[in-house]
Design a binder for this molecule. Structure first.
Ligand SMILES: [Cu+2]
Length: 255
């Protein structure tokens, strides 16, 4: 039995871990989140193997002999078994929860030279404000410097949307009335797509924005070239965020 469980789990792990589920890892968060996924794959493979081996064993070992028409034995629960099958899943869930907490803490730990970018979402478009650059404003295209921690402050003007750049892994809802935060450090220069991942209406599938990760110098130059400032009605949600979250959500100015 044990040998069957171990071999089945090993085969499943070998197959599942060989697949690159999430694509390129282009932020500091990505490898940590992928490791977390891999750990959960290993744990799930072991549980799945135990269940399948026990099921197959029971099917073969306890099957009725031909011609046996008698009823099964009346069974009335088993306290020890119930305690065990409650305790073990509890321990597994607590372990997974604690590990996830640790990973999220590491991802969100401030580096000291972080930069705030405001994200505005509305049906069906994204736009961005750069508070460290006198609230310069860009529509449909987000630029960020590489290897610098970005604190995205997210605002929604209408319904719930969600901010997701797959190669960065982090996914966060933007919710009307509150400011949500995502902390991301892009590690590779390149072009990406920001995708809305919360069904937000008829144009949801087209709600995308271009993302450009570039060197700090190129980023600075690009922001200088922006003509528009964040519109006044968008500034309202920024001011509310500053007023209601003076300390923990303190805004970080770029130099
Ligand atoms: Cu959407």
């Amino acid at each position: 039995m044990a040998a069957a469980v171990v071999s089945l789990a090993a085969i499943i792990c070998a197959v599942m871990l060989s697949i690159n589920w999430n694509g390129a890892e282009d932020s500091t968060a990505a490898p940590k989140i992928d490791d977390l996924l891999n750990i959960l794959i290993v744990v799930s493979s072991i549980i799945f193997s135990i269940v399948v081996v026990a099921l197959v064993y029971a099917l073969i070992a306890f099957r009725a002999k031909p011609g046996d028409e008698s009823d099964g034995e009346p069974i009335h629960g088993n306290t020890r078994l119930e305690v065990v099958w409650t305790l073990i899943p509890t321990i597994i869930v607590l372990f997974a929860g604690a590990w996830s907490w640790k990973v999220l803490d590491e991802i969100e730990e401030r580096t000291g030279n972080e930069m705030t970018v405001d994200v505005f979402s509305q049906q069906y478009a994204w736009s961005f404000g750069y508070p460290g650059k006198e609230y310069a404003y860009s529509q449909g295209v987000l630029h960020v410097p590489v290897n610098r921690q970005i604190v995205f402050k997210m605002h929604s003007q209408d319904v719930i949307h969600a901010f997701w750049v797959p190669q960065w892994r982090i996914k966060k809802d933007t919710v009307p009335g509150i400011t949500t935060t995502a902390v991301i450090t892009p590690t590779k220069v390149g072009r990406y797509q920001l995708i809305c991942t919360e069904l937000c209406g008829f144009g949801h599938s087209a709600m995308r924005a271009k993302v450009v990760v570039q060197t700090q110098a190129k980023f600075d130059k690009w922001v200088e070239g922006l003509k528009e400032k964040v519109p006044t009605d968008f500034m309202v949600s920024i001011k509310q965020d500053i007023a209601t979250n003076p300390e923990p959500l303190e805004r970080v100015e770029a130099e």
